[in-house]
Write a protein that binds this ligand. Structure first.
Ligand SMILES: NC(=O)c1ccc[n+]([C@@H]2O[C@H](COP(=O)([O-])OP(=O)(O)OC[C@H]3O[C@@H](n4cnc5c(N)ncnc54)[C@H](O)[C@@H]3O)[C@@H](O)[C@H]2O)c1
Length: 442
C-alpha cells in the first residue's frame, strides 16, 4: 500500500481544539447523550455502551498481546473538548427537555441541571407536512427554503465563532419525518438548489439542515430512518466539499437484537418461517411514529434487515418464505422504556419447527446515546482523515446502513464490527485481521 511521509497510508490531522456536536432535535436521545457526556466528564458515570471510550482493538497476532483502547489507538477528540449545540421546535433548554423526556433519574437531573440549563436550542426549520403529530412553537420564518438554509448556515457560523470550535459534526436527533422517495428536485445539486429557491414541497426540513451542514463543511449523520441524505443531490454536495456522510436510523433495541440473532441462525443454516416484532413505546418518538406516514419510514428501515442478512436468493429452502412483520404501538404509560417482543418461528433438521420468544425491556435513549457519541467522534476522525462520501465502515451503528448505489448493505453486526476495526487498523498502518489460523498465517 502507498504510504505518506509519516509512514502511514493516510495523514490524520490531529484533533486539536474543540469539537462542536450539533443536533437538529434536542429531545430524549440528544439530551440523554449530552447529559451522559457531562456526567462522564465529571466522573459521575462511566461511558458504558461506547466503543470509542471503552472498546479495544486487537493488533497483530494473538501471541503479541497488543490490544490498546481505540481512543488511544486513533486520535479522537477528547470528551473535555466537546461543546454542544442544537435546534428544536420547542424553546425548552436541555434540562427542561430532559425532564419532559423522563429518561434520567431526578438525582442525575439535579446534578446536571447547571450544565444542561445552559444548552438552549436554536429555532428550528420545520414544516408540519413532514412531522404531522408535532406543532412547532420555536421555528424559523423565511421567504423561501433557500432563505431557511442560509439561516442554518448562519447558525453554524455563529456557533463556530461563539464557541471557538475547530471542527463540527451534525447528527440528526430530530423526529422521524414522513416517508418520501427522492423526487426530481433531488436528482442533482443544481436541481436541489433551484428547488430551495422555489421552496419545492419535496424538500424536507432535515434536507435543509443536511444541505446547510455540508455547505459549511460539517459532516452529517442521519439518526432517523427517512431518506434525508439518500439523494444524488446531497451525495454530490458531500463529494464536492469532501465531507463524510453516514446513516441511517440508530441501531438500538429490537433491530440490534435482530442483527445478533439472525446471523446466528444463518450460520447454523436453521430455517425461518416468520419473525413477528412488536413494540410499545410511550415517548414523543412513539407519538410521532403513531402517524402512519412517519411509521412508514421506520418500517422500511426495520424490514430490510432480515432480507439482507438471510439472503433468500442464496438459501431459498431456508429463507424463501419468511413472514416478517414489524409493529410499533404508542402506549404512554411506558414513556421512554420501550418493551419489544419478538416471536420467531424457525425450523431445523428434517423441517421440525421451533420457537424463540424475545422480550426486551429496554431504554431507547440509554441505548442510543453512546451511539450518537461514537458516530460524532468517528465522523470527526473521518473528516480529519480526508474520507468523504458514505462511511460504510460505520454501518455498525445503523439499522439501515447507507451504501453506494448498486451495493447491498451489510447488516450482520459482527461483520460490521470487523469492518470498523479493520478500517481503524488500516488508518494506523496495522495489518488487517482476517482470523485465518496460525498455520496459514505465517
Ligand atoms: N432512541 C432510539 O433508540 C432511536 C433509535 C433509532 C432512531 N431514533 C430516532 O432518533 C430520533 C430522536 O428520538 P427521540 O427519542 O429523541 O425523539 P424525541 O421526540 O424525544 O426528540 C426529537 C426532537 O426533535 C424535535 N424536532 C422534530 N423536528 C425537528 C426539526 N425539523 N428541527 C429541529 N428539531 C426537530 C422535536 O421537537 C423533539 O424534541 C427519532 O427520529 C427517532 O426515531 C431513536
Amino acid at each position: 500500500m502507498p504510504l505518506t511521509k509519516s509512514g502511514l497510508p493516510i495523514d490524520i490531522r490531529p484533533a486539536r481544539g474543540k469539537l462542536g456536536i450539533l443536533t437538529p432535535g434536542m429531545g430524549a436521545v440528544a439530551t440523554t447523550f449530552m447529559a451522559g457526556v457531562e456526567a462522564i466528564r465529571r466522573g459521575i458515570s462511566k461511558p458504558i455502551g461506547s466503543l470509542t471510550q471503552m472498546g479495544t482493538v486487537r493488533l497483530g497476532k494473538r501471541t503479541e498481546g497488543r490490544s490498546p483502547l481505540i481512543q488511544e489507538f486513533v486520535p479522537l477528540a477528547k470528551l473535555d473538548d466537546i461543546v454542544f449545540g442544537g435546534w428544536d421546535l420547542f424553546p425548552d433548554d436541555a434540562y427542561q427537555a430532559a425532564v419532559k423526556a423522563g429518561v434520567l433519574s431526578k438525582e442525575h437531573l439535579t446534578a446536571l441541571k447547571p450544565f444542561l440549563s445552559t444548552l438552549k436550542p436554536m429555532t428550528a426549520v420545520f414544516e408540519q407536512e413532514f412531522v404531522k403529530r408535532l406543532t412547532a412553537t420555536h421555528a424559523k420564518k423565511g421567504k423561501s427554503k433557500a432563505d431557511l438554509a442560509e439561516q442554518v448556515v448562519a447558525d453554524i457560523e455563529n456557533f463556530r465563532k461563539t464557541n471557538d470550535v475547530d471542527r463540527m459534526v451534525m447528527v440528526w436527533c430530530g423526529s422521524t419525518e414522513v416517508y418520501r422517495e427522492p423526487a426530481a428536485v433531488h436528482a442533482s445539486l443544481a436541481a436541489f438548489e433551484k428547488g430551495l429557491r422555489e421552496s419545492d414541497p419535496e424538500i424536507a426540513p432535515s434536507q435543509i439542515y443536511a444541505y446547510a451542514a455540508l455547505k459549511s463543511r460539517v459532516p452529517y449523520a442521519n439518526g432517523a430512518p427517512m431518506l434525508t441524505l439518500d439523494t444524488p443531490a446531497l451525495m454530490e454536495l458531500a463529494k464536492k466539499n469532501d465531507m463524510p456522510i453516514s446513516g441511517k436510523d440508530f441501531k438500538t433495541g429490537q433491530t440490534f437484537m435482530k442483527t445478533i440473532l439472525a446471523p446466528g441462525f444463518k450460520a447454523r443454516l436453521l430455517g425461518l418461517d416468520g419473525w413477528y416484532s412488536t413494540n410499545i413505546l410511550g415517548n414523543r418518538d412513539g407519538e410521532v411514529l403513531d402517524d402512519p406516514d412517519s411509521f412508514k419510514s421506520k418500517e422500511v428501515s426495520k424490514l430490510g434487515v432480515l432480507e439482507h442478512i438471510l439472503q433468500p436468493h442464496l438459501y431459498p429452502d431456508l429463507y424463501g418464505k419468511v413472514d416478517h412483520v414489524v409493529r410499533i404501538n404508542y402506549y404512554p404509560p411506558r414513556g421512554d422504556n420501550k418493551e419489544g417482543w419478538d416471536a420467531i418461528d424457525l425450523f431445523g433438521w428434517m423441517g421440525y419447527q421451533m420457537q424463540i420468544k424475545v422480550n426486551f425491556l429496554c431504554r431507547d435513549s440509554i441505548l442510543a446515546a453512546p451511539v450518537v457519541l461514537d458516530l460524532a467522534l468517528f465522523m470527526d476522525l473521518a473528516q480529519r482523515c480526508g474520507m468523504s462520501g458514505i462511511q460504510e465502515w460505520l454501518s455498525f451503528y445503523w439499522k439501515s446502513p447507507m451504501t453506494p448505489p448498486g451495493l447491498y448493505p451489510e447488516h450482520d453486526i459482527f461483520i460490521q464490527l470487523m469492518k470498523l476495526k479493520n478500517t481503524l487498523r488500516y488508518l494506523r498502518g496495522e495489518e488487517l485481521i482476517t482470523h485465518l489460523g496460525a498455520e496459514y498465517y505465517d
